[in-house]
Write a protein that binds this ligand. Structure first.
Ligand SMILES: [Zn+2]
Length: 112
């Protein structure tokens, strides 16, 4: 993987991290407004509880993805093997890395 490709992926990672952190911030704002309120009716309270649980699943996913991206960023900076499949040692196509910078395996190995 050449320097230019690494830079492109670095930029992808940065952009995705920025998007994620604003998504997380949004979710946190929503969560703040979902605290149980005795003035709302039974149904809307159930809706609020349901929404809160959907949000917390989302939040888990966001956090996991954020961690994966941070790991990828660290590997990109430090690991000379970044961009190579950890199973078959083939180059992971740049297109795949652009979409999923946290990928550590090529499509073939990831699917098997
Ligand atoms: Zn592979």
């Amino acid at each position: 993987m050449n320097k230019q490709q690494k830079q492109a992926i670095h930029q992808q990672l940065d952009e995705q991290l920025v998007e994620l952190s604003s998504a997380i911030a949004n979710l946190e704002l929503q969560r703040g407004s979902l605290t149980p309120d005795t003035s709302i009716g039974r149904i809307s309270r159930m809706e609020a509880i349901e929404a809160a649980s959907v949000n917390s699943t989302k939040m888990d996913n966001y956090r996991r993805r954020e961690q994966a991206l941070l790991n990828a960023l660290e590997r990109l900076n430090k690991d000379p093997d970044f961009g190579y499949c950890e199973e078959c040692s083939n180059v992971i196509p740049a297109g795949r890395l652009a979409l999923m910078p946290e990928a550590t395996r090529c499509v073939g190995c990831a699917e098997s």
